[in-house]
Design a protein around this ligand. Structure first.
Ligand code: DI6
Ligand code: FE
Length: 401
């Protein structure tokens, strides 16, 4: 099935950078891009179908490369407490925070978790997300981490979106292990990760490296086990303090290090050399009312690829819009609209290990793209969320969401 998509302008993101073709066309063959270029140069004819995009701007399908979209319960009460001046750390110390989501997640059935995650996922799909990463990390024992990862796989099998699953068993200390963090890390490495990987539930392994979670030494044990299982790693690093997690991630050729507000120049040098993507999460920065900005100039200067994601989670970033994150990337972090677009396409694909097949519109890549009724690509970063008029094409077929 060969389809001609004509009468459009395209921000291709080809060859690893922001690049555009005006008065363009795309030919898809099955789920792949067969040809792309200025319409005047198209030599082929005899298509099975032709779609007139009416002068739309086409971008690669958006990619949300960091979410915790599957969880039970609700933390808007904690949000109200924080508005009264109670800190995130105080709420956590009183048994709230991640621990409260763990209790609610353990109590929820797989079907209940699927239904609530599907509702949240729908917001992303409606705004043009065609690939999403989702982490476990609110189960914190074998049975409940398996339950979350199975929901993630099921969303990938039933929803019109490519889903990558990440095991974040090293997210927080479960109540059974209070005061025994090393024992929990041993349990993850000796039992949980090998079992979950053997069941085909894991595409990558993540951990939370922070003074209120796990130390670099503990994270390194998890990374060593992931390596033995043939799984790539990523890391929540330098969100609230500088512990050297991003340098550690680079030493283990991590796909990404995420958050990074407190990273150093040496961390950036190590990440650039390893090809580790910096995933910035302005929703968490905004929602926690942080003031320490991630070092954009240092990242740019050393050529680190920069991605942006929602971090959708109930505690620190209840973000249902990747496009809102594009705006926050510009307004809060002083990124350019070209950088934010690369951050939710090209570099987000790289952060998921999908750089060869996704994230840009080039011959041989997967035909995931969005045709937007906007005047300029920068409009995607300009509007604060909202449902812009668009058509979403996934695997070469228009997706009705
Ligand atoms: N970093 C975060 O900001 C979230 N997890 C993480 O590793 C917090 C998640 C939560 O509060 O539920
Ligand atoms: Fe996160």
């Amino acid at each position: 099935m060969r389809t001609l998509w004509k009468n459009c302008h395209i921000a291709t993101m080809a060859q690893g950078r922001y690049s555009i073709i005006e008065n363009a066309a795309i030919v898809t063959s099955g789920e792949l891009i067969h040809w792309i270029g200025p319409h005047g140069q198209l030599a082929d004819s005899g298509f099975d179908g032709t779609v007139d995009l009416g002068g739309a701007w086409v971008t690669p399908g958006l990619i949300d490369c960091h979410t915790h979209a599957v969880f039970g319960g609700n933390r808007s009460g904690e949000f109200e407490q924080r508005l009264q001046g109670v800190s995130y750390a105080e709420i956590a110390a009183a048994g709230g925070g991640i621990a409260s989501t763990v209790r609610a997640t353990r109590a929820a059935s797989e079907d209940e978790l699927y239904a609530s995650a599907e509702r949240r996922l729908r917001h992303l799909l409606k705004e043009g997300v065609t690939t999403v990463e989702m982490k476990s990390g609110y189960g914190l024992d074998l049975e409940n981490e398996r339950k979350l990862l199975r929901v993630i796989r099921r969303l990938g099998n039933t929803q019109p979106v490519t889903v990558r699953s990440t095991c974040l068993a090293a997210h927080a200390l479960p109540p059974e292990y209070i005061g025994r963090a090393d024992d929990y890390i041993n349990h993850i490495c000796g039992h949980m990760l090998p079992a979950l990987a053997a069941e085909g539930l894991v595409d990558a392994v993540d951990a939370f490296c922070e003074y209120l979670a796990f130390s670099p030494e503990q994270v390194e044990q998890v990374f060593i086990t992931a390596g033995q299982l043939g799984l790539p790693v990523k890391l929540h690093a330098e969100q609230l303090s500088s512990l050297g997690g991003s340098g550690l991630a680079a030493r283990y050729q991590a796909l990404s290090a995420d958050h990074l507000e407190f990273m150093t120049e040496d961390d950036a040098i190590a990440m650039a050399a390893a090809g580790t993507v910096a995933v910035l999460l302005p929703g968490a920065f905004y929602f926690l009312r942080e003031t320490q900005l991630p070092p954009l100039d240092t990242l740019r200067q050393h050529g680190v690829s920069i991605a942006l994601a929602t971090d959708m989670n109930p505690g620190t970033s209840p973000g249902l819009s990747l496009r809102l994150m594009m705006n926050m990337g510009c307004t809060l972090f002083r990124m350019t609209p070209e950088e934010t677009l690369a951050g939710v396409t090209l570099n987000a694909a790289k952060a998921l290990g999908l750089g060869d097949s996704h994230g840009s519109l080039e011959v041989g890549k997967v035909a995931d793209f969005v045709a937007w009724d906007i005047e300029r690509p920068a409009d995607l970063s300009y509007w604060l969320g909202g449902d812009l008029d668009k058509r979403i094409v996934r695997h070469g077929v228009e997706s009705m969401i």
